[in-house]
Design a binder for this molecule. Structure first.
Ligand code: GLN
Length: 308
């Protein structure tokens, strides 16, 4: 990797923020400055990190949290038990849609990266209440992001919780249809918290580097998750990581990635690079406009398309 290349990518992609808007359905996200773009790349070949732009700016992890929480659930319960509760099919609907379940008469959420699936996955984390589950989730995020200073962004959490009625309706719908046990408000509380952890692109590049390295943290060679879990998560990132834009992204960019409405993108170049990107202006599907452009340029310039 090369720092100059990343600087050039930021320069070429930055203006794409104009094609998007910050998320306003969570009021605290609506106050973020859209004119930001950062990238960090963890290079597995030499164990070095390279950054450019707003790489060190903190933002809410949002839906990218669905990756570490899924990994933790798989570690605690085993792959088979987790995928007995949630499928691994792309939905073709937005991340917080109820339609896919209603139209298809689903008995399980369609995948762990839409909100319904992520709420069920959160409920699978061992712990008797929201506080216990969130404590485990935060410790696991610290481990896999290699940053012991990760914290909850209280303002985002309160904003999500106050305005989270769509998530409430999804959760009550699932509860009424026997898709999960447990206390809806308590599970939603730890779900809102998992989405409200502050990260930066360096943290995301570390998380991605563990996946790129088949579950082993490249900074200390510790096996953090099983190879099987890492492979499963990368494949779902490829088919469902960018909500109802996942097919387009796989076709036109060609790298497993996961986005969040805080503007983050986490992408994996298997055996090569872990990548974190931040650009808070989003398209209508909820993905970072400048961030996707930056990833596309990086994939093209370095030749990282996994289907090539
Ligand atoms: N906390 C957000 C929500 O539940 C996460 C959505 C996202 O990043 N797509 O609506």
């Amino acid at each position: 990797m090369d720092k100059k290349l990343l600087d050039k990518i930021i320069e070429e992609s930055f203006q794409y923020y104009k094609k998007g808007h910050v998320a306003t359905y969570i009021p605290a996200l609506g106050r973020v400055n859209p004119e930001q773009l950062g990238i960090a790349v963890y290079d597995l070949e030499n164990n070095e990190q390279y950054f450019a732009g707003n790489a060190e700016t903190s933002f809410a992890i949002e839906s990218i949290s669905k990756v570490p929480v899924l990994l933790l659930a798989i570690e605690e319960r085993g792959l088979k038990n987790v995928f007995n509760k949630v499928d691994a099919e792309p939905t073709g609907f937005s991340f917080n849609s109820i339609l896919n379940m209603e139209i298809n008469k689903r008995t399980y959420p369609m995948n762990p990266f839409v909100n319904t699936g992520a709420i069920v996955i959160n409920s699978l984390i061992n712990g008797k209440n929201s506080d216990e589950r969130f404590e485990k989730i935060l410790s696991f995020m610290k481990l896999i992001c290699n940053n012991e200073h990760l914290t909850l962004n209280q303002e985002i959490y309160e904003s999500e919780s106050r305005t989270g009625d769509i998530n409430r309706s999804l959760a009550y719908y699932m509860k009424a249809n026997d898709m999960f046990d447990g206390d809806v408000e308590d599970v939603l509380d730890s779900y809102f918290k998992q989405c409200s952890v502050n990260v930066n692109t360096i943290d995301l590049s570390n998380l991605a580097a563990v996946l790129a390295n088949n579950g082993i943290a490249p900074w200390n060679n510790q096996q953090i998750v099983s190879e099987e879990a890492a492979i499963t998560v990368k494949s779902i990132m490829t088919t469902a990581g960018l909500y109802d834009e996942s097919g387009d992204f796989s076709t036109h960019v060609g790298i497993p990635a996961k986005s969040g409405v805080g503007g983050g993108l986490m992408a994996v170049s298997p055996d090569k690079f872990g990548i974190g990107v931040f650009g808070p202006a989003l398209d209508k599907e909820g993905n970072s406009t400048a961030g996707m452009k930056a990833l596309k340029l990086l994939v093209e310039k370095v030749g990282l398309n996994i289907f090539e």
